[in-house]
Design a binder for this molecule. Structure first.
Ligand code: GLN
Length: 197
């Protein structure tokens, strides 16, 4: 199985390393044709406004929409901002792949970034505590009822799943462990078996 990582800007390499350790080839996606053959796509952390500008410059908006209509996407931090239905502070265009509202930089400035313990509740597994790295993270301020909350911090969701898509406001690629990467690969595999085009 091959999984794409949107590689216009941001934290690409640590995702590639996690996928490689799980025996999965990562494809750095900068051009529309690089999406072909990917079972899913990770939209990494970075800076969402810069990513949006680059998505436009590379003509990736429509190809990303078409890909997300068929295949799983996982947005990490800035990636979750791109996937949200609504973005605040300031308001910004987004792909609306996940029925959540996010407030950018809601946990403070870059130098107020922090590491917290969260309980991750993956389907079919007992909840397990893990480290979560928050870097100038957005806060999920609204989340549609049909969204599955996989983890919370101080009463706000920090990992959510909806249909075939996943969003985390922290950076699992920067911590020990691979439970979320494994989970995303499970979603990708299931979607592929379902023959979703
Ligand atoms: N603050 C960034 C943004 O608003 C996200 C930070 C991150 O991805 N670590 O785009």
């Amino acid at each position: 199985m091959r999984v794409g990582i949107l590689a216009l800007q941001g934290a690409v390499e640590p995702h590639r390393a996690k996928l490689a350790a799980l025996g999965v080839e990562a494809v750095a996606v900068r051009l529309a044709e690089e999406l072909a053959g990917c079972a899913g796509l990770i939209l990494p952390g970075g800076e969402s406004t810069t990513m949006l500008n680059l998505i436009e410059a590379y003509g990736l908006e429509e190809p990303l929409r078409e890909f997300a209509a068929r295949r799983p996407c996982w947005g990490v931090c800035a990636g979750s901002i791109l996937m949200a239905a609504e973005v605040e502070n300031p308001s910004q265009v987004s792909f609306g792949l996940m029925p959540i509202t996010v407030r950018r930089n809601a946990y403070g400035r870059q130098n107020e970034s922090f590491i917290a313990k969260i309980d991750l509740r993956l389907p079919g597994e007992p909840p397990r505590s893990q480290e979560a790295v928050f870097i100038r993270a957005p806060r999920i301020t609204r989340c549609a009822p049909e969204t599955r909350v996989l983890a919370e911090l101080d009463g706000a969701p920090v990992a959510v799943e909806h249909g075939r898509h996943l969003a985390t406001t922290f950076h699992p690629e920067l911590s020990e462990g691979d439970r979320l990467h494994r989970h995303f690969l499970t979603i990708c595999g299931a979607q592929r078996l379902a023959g979703a085009g």
